[in-house]
Design a protein around this ligand. Structure first.
Ligand code: SAH
Ligand code: SF4
Length: 376
């Protein structure tokens, strides 16, 4: 529960869960059933002012206007790719810039949301990692991304119901499992029928492997889990992802198995593997990967590296990608290759932050983060 009473600033109610509303209404002597009504006004009808809630008494409307607001993060720029992918440059409440991407496909529309501005984890192949960490996004800023996208899409395609958001992936900027106090309430609003009503299979949280937080996520939310593995052994993963020195592959895979088994029918884990030419894309890597994943119910998603300015890695040829895929398929895995979308607007994975390097106001305190200090 966000403590409204102690806050000197107005509370942004976009990130409020049903439980938060019930508690607030109860504490202030209003009927709890207004929680559902208010949430529908906010998340279904997208009101920006409490005075618009015509079926709620004036007294409660005025009270909410005094203590809170429904401010959305601001869209600064919109980029549209020739393949229909849209990227929005968003300004957070603290004036920092981050990105939000919408990827339309035949049968679904996926929104790729950010959870932090920048990222502290410094993966070598990721442009967000090169930015360093700036700050966590609030629950209102995370939920606000969905509202912003849905409102904009309804504006662009007023009569086209299929051009909506059906899937949400936490694969934008930042490490969602290092911002659980904001990501968990946002997930609740995303999943709730009073919020965006997106089913558990259509919401995916991606992590680079914050092992203890995977357990917390399993306890507190029922969503799909993706892990960014990118290497089949610790020697290589240590090099590519410094976080591996704290949480090596064996611990990460144990946490994934526990996550999978926590749910009935054993949830399938999505294993993301970015292919870097000559680094992790050999036949021997594919064989090693097949061997370490054998006890995990999983699907593998291969992501050919998306180059960005200043990076030394290269994207493997399509032939090499297909060979890698075939080697895994021969071992019984279900393997997809992620199509690169929005290339012309740099909207692909890991490119989100590309243009932001000079604009993001980094927090110097976190520039050189020590992995020992990472706490969940
Ligand atoms: N921090 C989380 C969420 C980001 S998801 C995580 O790492 O899982 C973005 C995905 O794209 C991750 O799998 C990430 O490793 C991958 N990625 C990052 N930079 C990339 C690049 N330049 N090319 C291809 N994939 C990249
Ligand atoms: Fe952070 Fe994920 Fe990029 Fe690694 S891949 S630097 S964890 S955003």
């Amino acid at each position: 529960m966000i403590d409204v009473s102690l806050s000197h600033e107005k509370t942004n109610f976009l990130g409020f869960t049903e439980r938060d509303w019930i508690q607030l209404l109860d504490e202030r002597g209003y009927k709890k059933f207004h929680a559902g009504q208010i949430m529908k006004w906010i998340h279904h009808r997208f009101i920006s002012d409490f005075s618009e809630m015509s079926d709620i008494g004036m007294n409660l409307r005025d009270h909410l206007s005094i203590i809170g607001n429904l401010k959305e993060p601001l869209v600064k720029e919109e980029f549209v790719s020739t393949d229909g992918t849209r990227k929005w440059l968003i300004e957070s409440f603290s004036g920092k810039l981050f990105e939000l991407v919408y990827i339309p496909e035949k049968s679904r529309g996926t929104l790729c949301v950010s959870s932090q501005v920048g990222c502290a984890l410094k993966c070598d192949f990721c442009s967000t990692g090169k930015l360093g960490f700036s700050n966590n996004l609030t629950a209102a800023e995370i939920v606000g991304q969905i509202r912003v996208a849905m409102r904009r899409l309804a504006e662009i395609f007023p009569n086209n119901k299929r051009r909506g958001v059906s899937n949400i992936v936490f694969m934008g900027m930042g490490e969602p499992l290092l911002n659980l106090p904001n990501v968990l309430p946002a997930l609740e609003v995303i999943r709730s029928d009073l919020g965006y009503g997106i089913s558990k299979r259509r919401v995916t949280v991606s992590t680079s492997g914050i092992v203890p937080a995977i357990g917390v996520l399993a306890d507190k939310a029922d969503v799909s889990l993706a892990i960014s593995l990118h290497a089949p052994n610790d020697r290589l993963r240590d090099r590519l992802m410094p976080l591996n020195r704290k949480y090596p592959i064996s611990l990460l895979l144990d946490a994934c198995r526990a996550y999978s088994e926590k749910f009935p029918q054993k949830k399938e884990i999505f294993v993301e593997y970015t292919l870097l030419e000559g680094v992790n894309d050999g036949y021997e890597h594919a064989k090693e990967l097949a061997s370490i994943l054998k006890d995990l119910r999983c699907k593998i998603n291969l992501i050919p590296f998306n180059p960005f300015a200043g990076s030394t890695f290269k994207q493997p040829s399509l032939r090499r990608v297909r060979e890698f895929q075939s080697a895994l398929v021969a071992n019984g895995y279900s393997v997809t290759v992620r199509a690169t979308r929005g290339n012309d607007i740099a909207a692909a994975c890991g490119q989100l932050a590309g243009r932001l390097v000079d604009q993001t106001n980094r927090n110097p305190k976190y520039r050189e983060i020590d992995l020992k200090n990472i706490q969940v």
